[in-house]
Design a protein around this ligand. Structure first.
Ligand code: COS
Length: 386
């Protein structure tokens, strides 16, 4: 049976859909071409309350559960733009590591930035270290009441617009993941500067930049958790954010299916609508099967998180399935549109460009398969008979 939404969930989804159609949809073509984050739209988005959904009420947020956030984001992405959401939602996602590992004071300070309409960015990846997080080179050296950071980060979502950053650096490279330490760093900290902005294939409404740390002096009071705890904080954060990250893939896929279905019903070939060709009808059916399966995986993962169940293996399964699914679905949507699918005049080429990143960011799908297969290796198979 398909997921049965409660009345409140339906209401939240309808509001998000209306907002996306009225406020986000009119912008995305222009900003996709420009490759720019639409700041004026963000103000409306913030006023509508979409930047503080996950922040606990005691810090001024709305304290919504993971599933509610997923259901809302699904509509905002499907009828709006997932690239815009990546940057617009970066604030509360970047705050999560501080909620996981920080002090009350740090959470409050970070929350104040987001609640007043500021931006935040999470920064782990470096030019020579993406999936292999243990090899990061940005160093943090203790100097009295400060840490001095040196290094370069890349692919930082909202890097160019953030007012505050969550940054992972190593206090001891020889310790691998056990040297990685988390800091919260204000934008105006001397020694921190924004590097080049990426000109990306997709998610072009999101802002993505390098960050440069040149003897950047960060107060020791901004260290989140103990020295060496940064990797665990980052991994726990991923365990909690997988559904919110993955629902974007479902939004893009469903949008592509809806456009392809409409086109297949309207476009006539050999005297009949495209959809009356079984080859096309079955393609659409397969696309919907994949998308519906992904949607249910994401919902289940979100429900687990709301119950306090954080399962890395399942999170990686969800992330991988969604990332692979959205590429298959959008490629097939372009195929159904034929030559028009390859044209910028029609919506599916943008959706296909937006789709690719889901198998790359937040840990490439190959890395997720390491996490899944490692968990499988640990399974007790004693009950099996030879
Ligand atoms: N929650 C809490 N702790 C976790 C964790 C999780 N989900 N995953 C790993 N850890 C802990 C491990 O328990 C281990 O702790 P100890 O040092 O106390 O033993 C530590 O973190 C290191 O983990 P692990 O031994 O798995 O490290 P590896 O270097 O072998 O990890 C992979 C290899 C690639 C699997 C790991 O680096 C990983 O999961 N990378 C994901 C990369 C990623 O998603 N990047 C995108 C980041 S968002 S931009």
């Amino acid at each position: 049976m398909k997921y049965q939404y409660t009345e409140l969930q339906q209401e939240l989804r309808q509001m998000a859909k209306d907002f996306a159609i009225k406020e986000i949809a009119p912008y995305f073509k222009e900003y996709d071409v420009k490759g720019e984050f639409p700041r004026e739209l963000f103000e409306k988005y913030h006023e509508a309350g979409y930047t503080t959904m996950m922040i606990p009420e005691e810090y001024g947020g709305q304290g919504l559960g993971c599933l509610d956030c997923v259901l809302i984001n699904e509509m905002l992405g499907q009828y709006g733009d997932v690239g815009f959401l990546a940057s617009a939602g970066s604030g509360e996602l970047s705050m999560m590591p501080v909620i996981i590992g920080g002090t009350q004071d740090q959470i409050q300070r970070y929350g104040d930035v987001i609640i007043t309409g500021g931006h935040a960015a999470f920064s782990l990846t470096e030019p020579d270290s993406g999936s292999d997080a243990a090899s990061i080179r940005t160093t943090a050296v203790r100097d009295g009441d400060y840490y001095v950071l040196n290094g370069r980060k890349c692919f930082v979502t909202s890097g160019g617009i953030a007012d505050i950053y969550t940054v992972l650096a190593t206090v001891d490279r020889s310790k691998g993941t056990r040297g990685i330490t988390c800091f919260m760093i204000e934008r105006d900290t001397p020694g921190l500067s924004v590097g080049k902005e990426e000109d990306k294939m997709g998610l072009r409404l999101s802002n993505t930049t390098d960050l440069i740390f040149d003897n950047c002096r960060v107060p020791a009071a901004n260290r989140v958790g103990d020295e060496g705890m940064g990797f665990k904080i980052a991994m726990k954060n991923l365990d909690r954010s997988r559904p919110v990250g993955s629902i974007g893939a479902v939004s893009i896929a469903q949008a592509a299916i809806d456009h392809a279905l409409k086109y297949a019903k309207e476009r006539k070939t050999f005297g009949k609508p495209l959809i009356e060709n079984q080859a096309i009808a079955f393609m659409l059916a397969d696309m919907q099967i994949q998308c519906e399966a992904a949607r249910n995986l994401v919902y289940r993962c979100a429900e687990n998180i709301d119950k306090g169940i954080y399962d890395s293996e399942f999170g990686s399964i969800v992330k991988t399935f969604c990332g692979d699914m959205v590429m298959d679905v959008t490629v097939n949507a372009v195929q159904i549109f034929g030559g028009y699918g390859y044209s910028r005049e029609y919506p599916v080429e943008k959706l296909m460009r937006d789709a690719k990143i889901f198998a790359i960011f937040e840990g490439a799908n190959q890395i997720q398969r390491i996490v899944i297969s490692r968990a499988m290796m640990k399974r007790d198979l004693n009950a099996l008979k030879d």
